[in-house]
Design a protein around this ligand. Structure first.
Ligand SMILES: [Zn+2]
Length: 332
């Protein structure tokens, strides 16, 4: 098996605050012996649990990068027991391009696991996380939001897992994150996801969908900053009381939560994020873009719930996810 070429420029296991890079050699036209320099901070104090914190798994999702740049700058070794590894821009080439996937190889980080040491740039980054950083982590926070094409009510989420103890530990950490909504998320397609790699290694995972539209807001960034500190406190890495407020608990029981378009056209949202929707209600309409005098196509909710996600751009294509419903529950 080839060795992964990524080299950290700072120690991963020394006490103190270290700021540097994961350096990935990348030979190309404008730099024959060049590298991809992925920003990295490692803050460590003594023996204790390790947290691995990532933003911009998708390059156009911004709450994670902002909250983690802030944490890396403000967190002192004396604030913690254990270790915090911070990578604000996991798919760094995608982050710099402002795109979901990497401009180098079109790699979607969250479909590239477990990665390859001799694969594409994205696969090499995935492999380094899977084989070097993840095995040493106890708790993992991976920030997402909707990117340029989706928008979400702000939630932290866990997944249904085969191991009930691991699932309970993940749910407890997700509840500690304390976003305004807390979700048991049903993935459309979990093959190759970082989430799956983290969970398969038996780790505690907190992931989020905090907003979207290719930007972030003061509110969504505040949720991210508070949430990551809450998780570090919950894990026993940071001292102090958790900052918690009421959170709406949501479940996604089956695929009926998703509404996909079967048409290209102009989308007319008929419900907004957070609205209560009854089964059979129209959640969006699609107008034919190229003529007048034709009625729109109605898309209806297949179950009752809260609108937790919507298509963001004004134009929609067949196959696009237009709406996602979450069902309010008493507990996860
Ligand atoms: Zn994402």
């Amino acid at each position: 098996m080839p060795v992964n070429p990524i080299i950290p420029t700072i120690p991963l296991t020394e006490d103190g605050e270290h700021h540097g890079f994961l350096r990935l050699p990348y030979s190309r036209d404008d730099s024959a012996w060049g590298s991809v320099m992925i920003p990295l901070s490692v803050i460590k104090n003594g023996e204790g649990p390790s947290a691995l914190l990532t933003g911009a798994n998708h390059g156009d999702e911004y709450e994670g990068p902002v909250a983690l740049m802030d944490l890396a700058t403000t967190l002192k070794a004396s604030d913690i027991t254990g270790r915090v590894i911070i990578v604000p821009a996991f798919n760094y080439p995608a982050f710099r391009a402002g795109s979901r996937t990497s401009p180098i190889d079109k790699g979607n980080m969250n479909r590239s696991f477990p990665g390859k040491p001799d694969g594409t740039v994205t696969e090499k980054i995935a492999h380094f996380f899977n084989s070097v950083l993840l095995p040493e982590a106890n708790v993992v926070v991976d920030f997402h939001s909707g990117g340029k094409t989706l928008d979400f009510v702000p939630f932290a989420c866990a997944h249904v897992l085969e191991n009930a103890d691991q699932q309970a530990a993940c749910v407890a950490a997700v509840e500690a994150f304390n976003a305004p909504y807390t979700m048991m998320l049903l993935e459309i397609d979990n093959v190759g996801m970082y989430d799956t790699a983290v969970e398969d290694q038996g780790k505690i995972l907190v992931t989020t969908e905090l907003g979207g539209g290719g930007t972030a807001s003061a509110r969504s960034i505040a949720i991210a900053k508070k949430g990551v500190r809450n998780v570090l406190k919950h894990a026993g890495i940071m001292n102090g009381e958790l900052d918690t407020r009421p959170s709406v608990m949501l479940d996604m029981p089956d695929d009926d939560c998703y509404v996909f378009s079967e048409d290209d056209g102009l989308i007319e949202p008929t419900r907004d994020l957070g609205d209560v929707v009854e089964k059979g209600e129209v959640v969006a309409r699609v107008w034919l873009p190229d003529r007048t005098g034709r009625p729109p196509i109605d898309y209806r909710a297949k179950r009752s719930g809260i609108l937790v996600s919507r298509h963001f751009p004004g134009l929609v294509k067949a196959g696009d996810c237009m709406a996602v419903l979450g069902v309010v529950v008493d507990s996860l």
